[in-house]
Design a protein around this ligand. Sequence first.
Ligand code: DC
Length: 488
Amino acid sequence: MRPLPTQDELRAAADIVPRDAVVAIDGPAGSGKSTTAKALARKLGLVYIDTGAMYRALTCAALDQNCSPEDEAGLTSLLDTAKLELRPGDRESQVLWNGRDVSQAIRTAAVDANVSAVSAHGEVRRRMVDRQRRFGRAGGVVMEGRDIGSVVFPLASTKIYLDASPEARADRRWRQNRERGVENDRAAVLADLVERDRRDSQRAESPLTISPDALVLDTSDLGLDRQIEAANLACRVNPWLDARTDWDAETAWRRCPGKYRLVYSFLGPLGQMLGLTVSGRPTPTVPAGAILASNHISWWDPPLVGGTFRRSHVRTLAKKELFKGPLARAFFGWMDAIPIDRKGYDDEAFEAARRALEAGDCLFIFPEGTRRPAGEPGPVRGGLGILAQVTRAPVLPIYVRGTGAARFGGNPQSPLEVRYGPLVRLHALDRLLQDLDPRDVTVRVGAMFLSMIEELQARSHDEHAETDQERDLASHQRHQRRSKRPFD
Ligand code: DC
């Protein structure tokens, strides 16, 4: 039976998209991003930002100043000294490069032909991404591009990936160009678009990809109105609302078997004594049937992160080495942990995890598979991506900081924090599996998790800058990793 929603849940369910929402719209050229993003921004009262126009403005400046699109250093110095502004306009946003209106000049065939090369440079992208994050940091934006959901705003409130056949897209581009007064040949537009798709999706630096948690809309046969309405509806998908959840804290607590109450009664106050802050969690308990995925920096992560869940039936995926000896086996068994052999694919562990998630239990995992030096999350192993594909469970990314240096009374030199990200559903898995090998999809899910953790870490560092003690600890841990000694 579904318990009654809380006030917060009801507010979130109302037909309101928050004023600080970040809507990421990605997709290939001609998929309808601009039209959709502009209409959506108008409808939701958010600011529209066209990131393609930023790469185009740089390309235009480079062509003007005889800087080759291959010259990364030349391009970055052009960009570093430029004032690049985007102003919302009636039909298109106005683009100003050092105060000059280049809104028309960035739509020429010469810019079309060179913009992919310009946008492929890592240093150019890093600078553009920085600017885009500054534009959108306070929220309240609909931002369109190629890497908005995957790189620029991995924690965007809504991620939409618009897709359409190359023919449908070329046709739209051709019409658009004609409306702007640019004469062009339809076959040439198609050839250019296919080539640009190839370059945009094969480049090494943030290629065009579908983020696993994006809602994919194929717009080939959708009329404009339906396309905009579908995007509008996508902004109202809130996984917290349809999650199987026992978010009523009292009910959750009543349902907790005695051993869970015992553990939470001990870990809650322990966290408080250590000065632990918990942020980003919209409900008092975590939802049922979700993968709770945390970065890993210390032995203290399982109890301190786990102590914040406040719900029963959380199964931890723990390395099988921990189950050595009868006492340890009994303890981890009592804690409902699932042993996993981290060498290769442990089908018994994955099967146990699948059954647990299907039964509505949560699964607590550390996707990096091992402790990492503080402040340096990643790389991510395959477990999360495999589990996500097998179970389709929603994923709750959790960032933990400071557990390696916790002190009673709090450590001012090293903040202790558990920061919850948004609960995400991996809507795009089926679409990704159409084009990719499951192993590549696993890699994509891992990359999504890592970019979310990095973003949560960046937000945490914005609030409490990384301290010298944290940096020293990280460098000590890095050294220990290199000498293959376990961390203390
Ligand atoms: O959306 P558009 O056609 O105006 O984009 C122009 C080019 O910029 C396109 O080739 C891809 C690139 N681009 C990008 O690499 N990343 C973005 N976020 C936006 C555009």
